[in-house]
Design a protein around this ligand. Sequence first.
Ligand SMILES: [Zn+2]
Ligand SMILES: [Zn+2]
Ligand SMILES: [Zn+2]
Length: 132
Amino acid sequence: MKRNTWQREAVREALASNEGFVSAQSLHTGLREHGSTIGLATVYRALADLAAEGEADSLQSPEGEAIYRACSTTGHHHHLICRRCGLTVEIGADDVEQWAQRVASEHGFTDARHVVDVFGLCAKCSQASTAR
Ligand SMILES: [Zn+2]
Ligand SMILES: [Zn+2]
Ligand SMILES: [Zn+2]
């Protein structure tokens, strides 16, 4: 049975209203600012549930923190993420798929999965940093 508590709905909505990836911590802060009494542990659990059910993407930030996003694509995809403003572009990567399959089978691996996300500066942030 699916647990469908108000906390979970609140987390889902907060996630959907965010453009880029967010940490549980900052999602929690945002919810509290809007008057929610939700606890941080509940936010962590709800995010983990949403990710497990494929309703949210989760990945590690370059700082090693788990970050989450409600993605518009449900199939396998990759991300291009701006380190500064958090802008996220969902990308397909046929080359990566082929390469991953090839190296896995070269080493006798089956059922290979991979996580490939690219962090950088978006066009706007790149301009802003050179304009200084
Ligand atoms: Zn995604
Ligand atoms: Zn940016
Ligand atoms: Zn892939």
